[in-house]
Design a protein around this ligand. Structure first.
Ligand code: ATP
Ligand code: MG
Length: 217
């Protein structure tokens, strides 16, 4: 939490979901080549952007930069001002809680805590069981969870519970669907699912993130 965060929250930032990436350079290690070399990208508020490219091109790297899992490397010689703005505020000038609270993100590798289903879907404990069950139904996980003896208290990575990669992605999806943010980033979020499930989920996402800016790999 940074000093200006409270004021930004009160002002309702970010209220549009406009993204402005300017001259962004990034390399994973000092002795590596740059993966992003002066990336410029403008996404208008509410726009739906698709990002395609060969494997290893740097798509997931862009996602990591937007979510600030990696920071901008400003050391490239000759690079002008490098920044990523969300609604005209540099993402580096806000705390990670505030930033990430406003970006719904489904990473390429599903991010699962060694915790219960409930905690994975509602990490801050802000929702009722009823709401959690409803969202599980939305992503078609309800029956699978009902079959587990501990139901919402089932540990996802525990020895006795079994979740496929696709099902873990559904848990991540349930997490974002429960609390839609002004920006949605999906990194091949449905890559491990069959077409029918994929189509169904795209429809759900259209409904829940109708007004959000969407960046889809
Ligand atoms: P894919 O379609 O396979 O998911 P991608 O376009 O998402 O590919 P990235 O994951 O962004 O590609 O990777 C871009 C480049 O950065 C690749 O050359 C990769 O080897 C390198 N890279 C990615 N992650 C790391 C890392 N953690 N450490 C070092 N290099 C990395
Ligand atoms: Mg990728």
């Amino acid at each position: 939490e940074l000093s200006g965060d409270k004021a930004k929250r009160q002002q309702g930032w970010p209220n549009q979901g406009k993204i402005d990436v300017n001259q962004v350079y990034m390399k994973y290690r000092p002795d590596n080549d740059f993966v992003l070399k002066g990336l410029d990208l403008q996404v208008k508020a509410g726009e739906k952007i698709g990002c395609v490219g060969r494997t290893g091109a740097g798509k997931s790297t862009i996602v990591q930069m937007l979510y600030r899992m990696r920071e901008i490397d400003r050391k490239e010689k000759g690079s002008k001002q490098s920044f990523i703005n969300l609604d005209d505020v540099s993402t580096q000038s806000v705390g990670l809680n505030l930033l990430r609270g406003n970006i719904s993100m489904i990473p390429q590798t599903p991010y699962i805590f060694s915790e219960t289903v409930r905690k994975n879907i509602d990490p801050l404990g802000q929702h009722t069981d009823e709401e959690i069950w409803r969202v599980l139904e939305d992503v078609r996980l309800k029956e699978h969870i009902e079959r587990q003896s501990d139901a919402l208290d089932t540990k996802i990575n525990g020895g006795s519970s079994i979740f496929s990669v696709g099902q873990k992605q559904l848990v991540c999806l349930a997490r974002v669907v429960l609390k839609p943010a002004p920006v949605l980033i999906m990194d091949e979020a449905t890559a491990n699912m069959d077409h029918e499930t994929d189509n169904f989920l795209q429809e759900k996402i259209d409904q829940r993130f109708e007004k959000s800016t969407r960046f889809t790999i």
